[in-house]
Design a protein around this ligand. Structure first.
Ligand code: NAP
Ligand code: BLA
Length: 328
């Protein structure tokens, strides 16, 4: 018998809407419940997929008719919702980050293992064109010397949203975990992290108007990496740039354009735009749960990136480099 997987979604924002649509479109699944605080938004998504709307996420995990819990709400709620779902024995999809601390992430991963259920931490950046091109072309630069990855987002005036509210967001490099995860996925474990940066506080309590951080990662392999991340009103121009220097060439990606430069000349690299990634992730989750196919990322890999990001947070606090272990 073909089982249709019944999905409960927590969240009503961009990621939650794309998830609901992707599960509803796929004949292998249906959305049965959507939970959110904003009544109109929750009703809107639920009605579009003939699902029930709920105000309290706690009930989603407890429902008998939910086979999979999808956590697509603010970062601060990820860990408590994931924990409730795992305790109820349900598999979970959570948008990154899994938790706001490494210890909490470790505890959730071990709970998933004890319960014997899937814990999938989405990392759509890995499915995107930039990462695929980065991995494909990396061997062409020879021995990698250094990697610089910069993502800056200008935002004036800064929005008074959860993503500018520190307790909801968490440390910015934990919230933007894909930045570190791209590098740990491609270059392996990190020995040591140094990080400098700051938040610019807003007049409203716990909100900030900008943040800017630079983290230097010293990989176990000897490669040096730098992640620069900033957003808000101190940033005057958007930037998305990945630059890899090797002993036989250089890779440069800017926005959707890439280039390999070597002694042989220069080669343009096509990067596919960032579209359809939540749908792709969703299809892979269904394939994994219903047909046993492999997922593209493991929660251990995500947890390791979280470990490195937390070390960056520690480094800012202590004003010195922080050592990182090689596993989770
Ligand atoms: P979003 O569009 O701003 O939506 C956030 C959702 O969180 C809202 O629908 C809101 O629903 C809920 N929420 C709960 N408490 C809230 C509060 N105090 N303030 C504001 N909203 C609150 O965010 P998003 O981009 O979908 O991000 C959701 C999660 O996905 C985040 O963890 C993010 O890191 C992750 N993610 C997003 C993307 C992306 O492309 N957008 C990519 C990777 C990962 P209710 O108020 O109705 O409950
Ligand atoms: C990642 N995008 C994210 C994250 C948030 C947003 C909170 C997770 C944290 C982070 O990695 O920074 C939120 N992104 C937004 C918002 C806009 C946006 C509010 O572009 C407003 C326009 N995500 C979107 C939209 C796209 C998108 C509209 O909300 C456009 C195609 C793509 N967001 C996208 C991708 C990632 C991401 C691909 C993964 C990050 C990466 O590639 O490293």
């Amino acid at each position: 018998m073909n089982k249709v997987l019944r999905v409960g979604i927590v969240g009503t924002g961009y990621a939650a809407r794309l998830r609901a649509f992707a599960f509803a479109q796929d004949p292998r699944s249906q959305v049965v419940v959507v939970a959110g605080q904003d009544g109109d938004r929750t009703q809107g998504i639920a009605q579009a997929h003939r699902a029930e709307a709920m105000a309290d996420w706690r009930q989603v995990a407890e429902r008998e008719d939910v086979d999979l819990v999808v956590v697509a709400t603010i970062n601060a709620l990820h860990a408590p919702i994931v924990r409730a779902a795992l305790e109820a024995g349900k598999p979970v999809v959570v948008e990154y980050p899994l938790a706001l601390s490494y210890a909490e992430g470790q505890s959730l991963l071990s709970l998933a293992q004890t319960q014997g259920v899937m814990l999938h931490v989405e990392h759509i950046e890995q499915l995107g064109g930039l990462h695929q091109a980065f991995l494909a072309y990396l061997p062409r630069v020879g021995r990698v010397e250094g990697v610089h990855y910069t993502t800056l987002a200008a935002k004036t005036p800064p929005p008074r949203r959860w993503s500018y509210h520190l307790p909801s967001l968490g440390f910015p490099l934990i919230a933007a975990l894909s930045r570190i995860h791209r590098l740990t996925h491609a270059l392996g474990p990190v020995a040591q992290v140094s990080c400098q940066g700051q938040l610019w506080p807003s007049e409203a309590k716990d909100y900030f108007t900008s943040c800017y951080y630079e983290a230097q990662l010293e990989f176990v392999s000897g490669v040096r990496g730098e992640v620069t991340y900033g957003k808000g009103e101190v940033i005057t121009q958007d930037e998305r740039r990945l630059w890899v220097v090797g002993d036989r060439g250089e890779l440069r990606f800017e926005g959707e354009r890439g280039e390999l430069r070597s002694a042989d000349g220069s080669e343009a690299i096509a990067v596919t735009p960032r579209r359809g990634l939540f749908a792709l992730d969703t299809a892979m989750v269904l394939g994994h749960l219903l047909e046993g196919s492999r997922l593209y990322v493991s929660p251990k890999e995500s947890l390791y990136a979280l470990r490195v990001a937390e070390a960056a947070q520690e480094s800012v606090r202590l004003g010195r480099a922080v050592e990182v272990g090689i596993g989770v």
